[in-house]
Design a protein around this ligand. Structure first.
Ligand code: ADP
Length: 306
Protein backbone atom coordinates (compact mmCIF):
# COMPACT_ATOMS: atom_id res chain seq x y z
CA UNK A 1 0.00 0.00 0.00
CA UNK A 2 1.14 3.53 -0.84
CA UNK A 3 -0.12 6.12 1.65
CA UNK A 4 0.01 9.77 0.62
CA UNK A 5 -0.18 12.21 3.53
CA UNK A 6 -0.92 15.61 2.06
CA UNK A 7 -3.12 18.36 0.74
CA UNK A 8 -6.51 18.29 -0.95
CA UNK A 9 -7.81 21.39 -2.73
CA UNK A 10 -10.52 22.65 -5.01
CA UNK A 11 -8.86 24.71 -7.76
CA UNK A 12 -10.94 27.66 -8.94
CA UNK A 13 -9.54 28.26 -12.40
CA UNK A 14 -10.48 31.63 -13.86
CA UNK A 15 -9.57 32.64 -17.39
CA UNK A 16 -9.46 36.33 -18.23
CA UNK A 17 -7.91 38.67 -20.75
CA UNK A 18 -5.63 40.43 -18.26
CA UNK A 19 -5.17 40.49 -14.51
CA UNK A 20 -7.16 43.22 -12.70
CA UNK A 21 -5.34 46.02 -10.91
CA UNK A 22 -6.06 46.60 -7.20
CA UNK A 23 -9.52 48.17 -6.88
CA UNK A 24 -10.47 47.25 -10.44
CA UNK A 25 -13.41 45.04 -11.50
CA UNK A 26 -13.16 43.07 -14.74
CA UNK A 27 -15.30 40.57 -16.58
CA UNK A 28 -13.50 37.26 -16.99
CA UNK A 29 -13.99 34.62 -19.70
CA UNK A 30 -14.73 31.45 -17.73
CA UNK A 31 -14.41 29.63 -14.44
CA UNK A 32 -13.96 25.92 -13.78
CA UNK A 33 -13.76 24.23 -10.38
CA UNK A 34 -11.34 21.30 -10.49
CA UNK A 35 -9.91 18.86 -7.95
CA UNK A 36 -6.31 19.68 -6.96
CA UNK A 37 -3.76 19.87 -4.15
CA UNK A 38 -0.40 18.12 -4.40
CA UNK A 39 -1.35 15.28 -2.10
CA UNK A 40 -4.55 14.53 -3.98
CA UNK A 41 -2.91 14.93 -7.40
CA UNK A 42 -0.12 12.50 -6.55
CA UNK A 43 -2.54 9.98 -5.03
CA UNK A 44 -4.71 10.11 -8.17
CA UNK A 45 -1.68 9.62 -10.43
CA UNK A 46 -0.41 6.64 -8.41
CA UNK A 47 -3.83 4.98 -8.20
CA UNK A 48 -4.58 5.42 -11.90
CA UNK A 49 -1.25 3.75 -12.65
CA UNK A 50 -2.21 0.66 -10.71
CA UNK A 51 -0.84 1.27 -7.20
CA UNK A 52 -3.06 0.50 -4.21
CA UNK A 53 -3.18 4.01 -2.74
CA UNK A 54 -4.68 5.67 0.32
CA UNK A 55 -4.74 9.37 1.15
CA UNK A 56 -4.51 10.85 4.63
CA UNK A 57 -5.74 14.41 4.36
CA UNK A 58 -8.50 16.81 5.31
CA UNK A 59 -11.45 18.51 3.66
CA UNK A 60 -13.86 20.96 5.31
CA UNK A 61 -17.64 20.81 5.56
CA UNK A 62 -18.40 23.10 2.64
CA UNK A 63 -19.54 22.51 -0.94
CA UNK A 64 -15.96 22.45 -2.25
CA UNK A 65 -15.19 19.21 -0.39
CA UNK A 66 -17.08 17.07 -2.90
CA UNK A 67 -15.31 18.63 -5.87
CA UNK A 68 -11.93 18.34 -4.14
CA UNK A 69 -12.53 14.61 -3.58
CA UNK A 70 -14.06 13.84 -6.98
CA UNK A 71 -10.85 12.79 -8.72
CA UNK A 72 -9.73 10.68 -5.76
CA UNK A 73 -13.04 8.84 -5.73
CA UNK A 74 -12.97 8.24 -9.47
CA UNK A 75 -9.43 6.87 -9.25
CA UNK A 76 -10.38 4.49 -6.43
CA UNK A 77 -8.11 6.01 -3.79
CA UNK A 78 -8.82 4.65 -0.29
CA UNK A 79 -10.25 7.59 1.68
CA UNK A 80 -10.69 5.94 5.09
CA UNK A 81 -7.87 8.20 6.37
CA UNK A 82 -9.75 11.37 5.56
CA UNK A 83 -10.40 13.77 8.44
CA UNK A 84 -13.23 16.32 8.45
CA UNK A 85 -12.46 19.42 10.51
CA UNK A 86 -15.03 22.21 10.73
CA UNK A 87 -14.37 25.03 8.34
CA UNK A 88 -13.45 25.42 4.69
CA UNK A 89 -11.83 23.04 2.23
CA UNK A 90 -8.47 24.13 0.85
CA UNK A 91 -8.89 26.32 -2.21
CA UNK A 92 -6.50 27.57 -4.86
CA UNK A 93 -7.75 30.61 -6.77
CA UNK A 94 -5.91 30.50 -10.10
CA UNK A 95 -6.26 33.35 -12.57
CA UNK A 96 -4.76 32.78 -16.01
CA UNK A 97 -4.52 35.65 -18.51
CA UNK A 98 -4.39 35.44 -22.32
CA UNK A 99 -0.60 35.05 -22.23
CA UNK A 100 -0.90 32.02 -19.94
CA UNK A 101 0.57 34.05 -17.06
CA UNK A 102 -1.04 33.06 -13.77
CA UNK A 103 -1.54 34.49 -10.30
CA UNK A 104 -2.44 32.03 -7.56
CA UNK A 105 -3.86 32.50 -4.08
CA UNK A 106 -3.95 29.38 -1.92
CA UNK A 107 -6.20 29.20 1.14
CA UNK A 108 -5.00 26.13 3.10
CA UNK A 109 -8.34 25.71 4.92
CA UNK A 110 -8.64 22.12 6.17
CA UNK A 111 -5.08 21.32 4.99
CA UNK A 112 -3.87 23.67 7.71
CA UNK A 113 -5.34 21.34 10.35
CA UNK A 114 -3.15 18.40 9.25
CA UNK A 115 -0.67 18.88 12.08
CA UNK A 116 0.76 16.23 14.38
CA UNK A 117 -2.50 15.30 16.13
CA UNK A 118 -4.51 14.86 12.92
CA UNK A 119 -1.75 12.82 11.28
CA UNK A 120 -1.25 10.67 14.39
CA UNK A 121 -5.00 9.91 14.38
CA UNK A 122 -4.21 7.81 11.27
CA UNK A 123 -1.16 6.09 12.73
CA UNK A 124 -2.20 2.52 11.84
CA UNK A 125 -2.83 3.32 8.20
CA UNK A 126 0.47 5.20 7.86
CA UNK A 127 2.46 2.50 9.67
CA UNK A 128 0.95 -0.17 7.39
CA UNK A 129 2.28 1.46 4.19
CA UNK A 130 5.21 0.11 2.19
CA UNK A 131 5.59 3.64 0.80
CA UNK A 132 4.65 6.90 2.53
CA UNK A 133 4.61 9.88 0.16
CA UNK A 134 4.82 13.41 1.58
CA UNK A 135 4.78 16.98 0.17
CA UNK A 136 5.14 20.47 1.64
CA UNK A 137 1.49 21.55 1.62
CA UNK A 138 0.50 20.54 5.17
CA UNK A 139 1.98 21.92 8.41
CA UNK A 140 5.58 21.04 9.22
CA UNK A 141 4.74 19.01 12.32
CA UNK A 142 2.25 16.94 10.32
CA UNK A 143 4.91 16.08 7.73
CA UNK A 144 7.41 15.18 10.44
CA UNK A 145 4.82 13.10 12.32
CA UNK A 146 4.02 11.13 9.16
CA UNK A 147 7.72 10.46 8.58
CA UNK A 148 8.08 9.29 12.19
CA UNK A 149 5.09 6.91 11.93
CA UNK A 150 6.29 5.37 8.66
CA UNK A 151 7.74 1.88 8.87
CA UNK A 152 8.26 1.62 5.09
CA UNK A 153 10.03 3.76 2.52
CA UNK A 154 9.46 7.52 2.83
CA UNK A 155 9.33 9.61 -0.34
CA UNK A 156 9.47 13.37 0.22
CA UNK A 157 8.44 15.76 -2.55
CA UNK A 158 9.72 19.01 -1.02
CA UNK A 159 7.20 21.18 -2.86
CA UNK A 160 6.73 23.84 -1.82
CA UNK A 161 9.97 23.94 0.14
CA UNK A 162 9.25 24.09 3.86
CA UNK A 163 11.67 24.06 6.73
CA UNK A 164 11.85 20.51 8.09
CA UNK A 165 13.98 18.60 10.56
CA UNK A 166 17.11 17.90 8.43
CA UNK A 167 16.96 14.26 9.56
CA UNK A 168 13.58 13.91 7.80
CA UNK A 169 15.00 15.37 4.57
CA UNK A 170 18.09 13.12 4.75
CA UNK A 171 15.96 10.02 5.30
CA UNK A 172 13.94 10.67 2.12
CA UNK A 173 14.30 7.80 -0.36
CA UNK A 174 14.00 9.55 -2.69
CA UNK A 175 13.82 13.30 -2.11
CA UNK A 176 11.91 14.54 -5.18
CA UNK A 177 12.55 18.17 -6.16
CA UNK A 178 12.68 20.40 -9.20
CA UNK A 179 15.76 22.51 -9.82
CA UNK A 180 14.56 25.50 -7.80
CA UNK A 181 13.52 23.30 -4.88
CA UNK A 182 16.88 21.50 -5.02
CA UNK A 183 18.69 24.82 -4.53
CA UNK A 184 16.49 25.73 -1.57
CA UNK A 185 16.86 22.26 -0.06
CA UNK A 186 20.64 22.57 -0.31
CA UNK A 187 20.64 25.86 1.54
CA UNK A 188 18.29 24.35 4.14
CA UNK A 189 20.86 21.61 4.71
CA UNK A 190 23.63 24.25 4.80
CA UNK A 191 25.47 22.67 1.86
CA UNK A 192 27.09 24.54 -0.98
CA UNK A 193 27.22 22.48 -4.18
CA UNK A 194 30.43 22.30 -6.25
CA UNK A 195 28.74 24.15 -9.12
CA UNK A 196 25.39 25.14 -10.57
CA UNK A 197 24.98 22.34 -13.13
CA UNK A 198 22.08 19.97 -12.60
CA UNK A 199 24.42 17.17 -11.61
CA UNK A 200 26.16 19.38 -9.03
CA UNK A 201 22.85 20.00 -7.29
CA UNK A 202 22.05 16.28 -7.12
CA UNK A 203 25.56 15.40 -5.91
CA UNK A 204 25.35 18.20 -3.35
CA UNK A 205 22.16 16.74 -1.89
CA UNK A 206 23.75 13.27 -1.72
CA UNK A 207 26.84 14.80 -0.07
CA UNK A 208 24.50 16.40 2.47
CA UNK A 209 23.43 12.89 3.44
CA UNK A 210 20.15 12.53 1.54
CA UNK A 211 19.56 8.83 0.83
CA UNK A 212 18.50 9.25 -2.77
CA UNK A 213 17.46 12.15 -4.99
CA UNK A 214 15.25 12.57 -8.03
CA UNK A 215 15.44 16.05 -9.55
CA UNK A 216 12.98 16.88 -12.35
CA UNK A 217 14.19 19.26 -15.05
CA UNK A 218 11.07 19.93 -17.15
CA UNK A 219 11.31 18.96 -20.83
CA UNK A 220 14.78 17.52 -20.14
CA UNK A 221 13.34 14.82 -17.85
CA UNK A 222 15.01 14.05 -14.55
CA UNK A 223 18.27 13.16 -12.79
CA UNK A 224 18.50 10.27 -10.37
CA UNK A 225 21.15 10.38 -7.66
CA UNK A 226 22.01 7.36 -5.53
CA UNK A 227 24.82 6.45 -3.18
CA UNK A 228 26.78 3.40 -4.28
CA UNK A 229 27.88 0.51 -2.08
CA UNK A 230 31.48 1.83 -1.94
CA UNK A 231 30.18 5.12 -0.51
CA UNK A 232 30.41 7.02 -3.80
CA UNK A 233 27.57 8.65 -5.70
CA UNK A 234 26.05 7.86 -9.09
CA UNK A 235 23.90 10.25 -11.10
CA UNK A 236 21.81 9.00 -14.03
CA UNK A 237 20.03 11.28 -16.50
CA UNK A 238 16.57 10.08 -17.50
CA UNK A 239 15.08 11.81 -20.56
CA UNK A 240 11.44 12.80 -21.08
CA UNK A 241 9.88 12.09 -24.48
CA UNK A 242 9.58 15.12 -26.77
CA UNK A 243 5.98 16.26 -26.77
CA UNK A 244 4.02 19.42 -27.46
CA UNK A 245 3.34 20.89 -24.02
CA UNK A 246 -0.01 22.64 -23.70
CA UNK A 247 -0.30 22.90 -19.90
CA UNK A 248 2.39 21.91 -17.40
CA UNK A 249 0.06 22.31 -14.37
CA UNK A 250 0.45 19.28 -12.14
CA UNK A 251 3.16 17.64 -14.28
CA UNK A 252 5.47 17.39 -11.27
CA UNK A 253 2.67 15.71 -9.31
CA UNK A 254 2.03 13.25 -12.15
CA UNK A 255 5.76 12.48 -12.15
CA UNK A 256 5.91 11.96 -8.39
CA UNK A 257 2.76 9.82 -8.21
CA UNK A 258 4.04 7.69 -11.09
CA UNK A 259 7.41 7.31 -9.36
CA UNK A 260 5.65 5.98 -6.26
CA UNK A 261 3.55 3.58 -8.37
CA UNK A 262 6.63 2.19 -10.12
CA UNK A 263 8.59 1.81 -6.87
CA UNK A 264 5.62 0.06 -5.27
CA UNK A 265 5.68 -2.60 -7.97
CA UNK A 266 9.36 -3.22 -7.29
CA UNK A 267 11.16 -1.21 -9.98
CA UNK A 268 14.53 0.25 -9.07
CA UNK A 269 14.83 4.02 -8.78
CA UNK A 270 16.25 4.64 -12.27
CA UNK A 271 13.63 2.43 -13.94
CA UNK A 272 10.90 4.10 -11.89
CA UNK A 273 12.15 7.58 -12.90
CA UNK A 274 12.11 6.59 -16.59
CA UNK A 275 8.48 5.60 -16.23
CA UNK A 276 7.68 8.77 -14.25
CA UNK A 277 9.30 11.00 -16.90
CA UNK A 278 7.04 9.46 -19.55
CA UNK A 279 4.00 10.00 -17.34
CA UNK A 280 5.04 13.62 -16.71
CA UNK A 281 5.38 14.19 -20.46
CA UNK A 282 1.95 12.65 -20.96
CA UNK A 283 0.44 15.03 -18.40
CA UNK A 284 1.69 18.21 -20.11
CA UNK A 285 -0.24 17.37 -23.27
CA UNK A 286 -3.67 18.14 -21.82
CA UNK A 287 -5.13 20.95 -19.69
CA UNK A 288 -5.37 20.83 -15.92
CA UNK A 289 -3.72 18.57 -13.36
CA UNK A 290 -5.74 15.42 -12.58
CA UNK A 291 -7.71 15.42 -15.87
CA UNK A 292 -4.41 15.18 -17.76
CA UNK A 293 -3.14 12.05 -15.97
CA UNK A 294 -2.92 8.72 -17.78
CA UNK A 295 -4.43 5.46 -16.63
CA UNK A 296 -2.48 2.23 -16.84
CA UNK A 297 -5.19 0.42 -18.79
CA UNK A 298 -5.81 3.02 -21.47
CA UNK A 299 -2.59 4.85 -21.87
CA UNK A 300 0.43 2.78 -20.98
CA UNK A 301 1.25 1.80 -24.57
CA UNK A 302 1.37 5.48 -25.47
CA UNK A 303 3.57 6.21 -22.48
CA UNK A 304 5.87 3.28 -23.22
CA UNK A 305 6.56 4.61 -26.69
CA UNK A 306 8.41 7.51 -25.05
P1 ADP B 1 7.61 21.10 -11.80
O1 ADP B 1 6.38 21.47 -12.57
O2 ADP B 1 7.34 20.47 -10.49
O3 ADP B 1 8.66 22.17 -11.76
P2 ADP B 1 9.03 19.89 -14.02
O4 ADP B 1 8.74 21.10 -14.82
O5 ADP B 1 10.45 19.53 -13.79
O6 ADP B 1 8.27 19.89 -12.63
O7 ADP B 1 8.29 18.66 -14.76
C1 ADP B 1 8.08 17.42 -14.16
C2 ADP B 1 8.11 16.34 -15.22
O8 ADP B 1 7.08 16.60 -16.19
C3 ADP B 1 9.39 16.26 -16.01
O9 ADP B 1 10.33 15.43 -15.38
C4 ADP B 1 8.91 15.66 -17.32
O10 ADP B 1 8.71 14.27 -17.19
C5 ADP B 1 7.55 16.29 -17.49
N1 ADP B 1 7.60 17.54 -18.30
C6 ADP B 1 7.48 18.81 -17.87
N2 ADP B 1 7.56 19.69 -18.89
C7 ADP B 1 7.72 18.93 -20.01
C8 ADP B 1 7.84 19.22 -21.42
N3 ADP B 1 7.83 20.49 -21.88
N4 ADP B 1 7.99 18.18 -22.27
C9 ADP B 1 8.00 16.90 -21.82
N5 ADP B 1 7.88 16.58 -20.53
C10 ADP B 1 7.74 17.56 -19.63
Amino acid sequence: LTVVVGSINADLLIRLDRHPNPGETLLGDSMAVLPGGKGANQAVAAAQLGAATALVGAVGNDAYADIALSGLRAAGVNLTGLVHPDGSTGVALVEVDRHGENTIVVIPGANGTMGRAAVESQRELIASAEIVLLQGEIPRDGIEAAAALATGRVMLNLAPVVELDPAVVRAADPLVVNEHEAELALSGLAVRPAGTAHEDLVRGLLDAGVRSVVMTVGAAGALVGETTDDGGASVTVVPAPKVRAVDTTGAGDAFTGALAAALSRGEDLVEAARFAARVGAFAVQAAGAQPSYPTLADELPAIRQG
